[in-house]
Write a new protein. Structure first.
Length: 285
């Protein structure tokens, strides 16, 4: 099938883009960046936007930079930008580890980091990373800019705190201290498929004990999130099988898993038990 008729707009600046959204948001105006989610739904006429605001010509949105202790990722930065570390230290390595699990190479060449956040698929690897690191996004409209923390941004399956006339202009991830150990693991039925469960584990060592642990789970619930119960099980423990299994068990018990006609809630709990432990094991490797 072909998309339904729409008007195409190609702004060159952020101000032009948000002015167009202000004018057309009420007429189902949509933002086009990578298009890897929007265009297929338009082709099947599951989405019929009357206006497309294509931000690919806004050069300011191609920015990746380190500022004020954070990695700033503009709205048009492609997944493929992270095939090699974009910053020094543990954060750059973590992002490079994660990106190779996102879909397939052609999709990574077009899809965008911020587009993945705005789409808010529960299986999104970047949404999980944002939640694990307590990152934030910046949204702009004609009313001004606002910064939204990850814990407030995700509101449900493919639902965020973005307003219809707001443009997600950048994401910000805090740089990780030297010595931070990071691990990522996801389970999907085939390479490139959506993850049924995924985990990010991070911690530092202080006197041989785990300090400042983070364990976040994605794919299993409607939103990715840090699991406080699992982090408490890790804090102060010696890194190893006993601590990792205890944290994974705590994560499994804490989640409220999604289920469907193929994947039961019990199955997703079992997956969380596995991916949480393996993410922590990779962090220790």
């Amino acid at each position: 099938m072909k998309p339904a008729a729409f008007r195409y707009h190609a702004p060159k600046t952020v101000d032009e883009a948000i002015a167009l959204l202000a004018e057309f948001a009420d007429d189902d105006g949509r933002v086009l960046a990578g298009g890897q989610s929007l265009v297929p739904t338009m082709a099947f006429r599951l989405a019929r936007p009357a206006h497309l605001v294509d931000i690919n010509g806004v050069e300011a949105l191609n920015r990746i930079a380190v500022a004020d202790g954070k990695l700033v990722i503009g709205a048009c930065v492609r997944h493929s930008a992270f095939h090699k570390p974009v910053c020094e230290g543990p954060l750059g390595k973590l992002l490079t580890d994660v990106v190779h699990h996102i879909a397939h190479y052609p999709i990574r060449n077009r899809g965008t980091f911020c587009g993945s956040l705005a789409h808010a698929d529960p299986a999104s690897e970047w949404c999980l990373v944002l939640a694990a690191l307590d990152g934030e996004v910046v949204a702009k409209s004609v009313r001004g800019a606002r910064t939204i923390a990850a814990r407030d941004f995700f509101k449900g399956i493919m639902t965020t705190a973005l307003r219809d006339d707001e443009l997600l202009v950048e994401a910000r991830l805090p740089l990780l201290p030297a010595g931070t150990r990071c691990g990522f693991y996801e389970f999907s039925r085939r390479a490139g498929d959506f993850a049924l469960a995924a985990a990010v584990g991070l911690y530092r060592l202080d006197g041989g004990k785990i300090a400042e642990p983070r364990l976040a789970i994605g794919g299993a619930e409607v939103n990715p999130r840090r699991i406080a119960q699992a982090e408490r099980a890790l804090a102060g423990a010696a890194p190893g099988d006993q601590a990792f299994r205890a944290a994974a068990q705590a994560a499994m018990e804490a989640i409220d898993p999604m289920e469907d006609i193929i994947n039961s809630a019990e199955f997703r709990r079992d997956l969380v038990l596995a991916v949480a432990r393996r993410a922590l094991e990779r962090a220790a490797a």
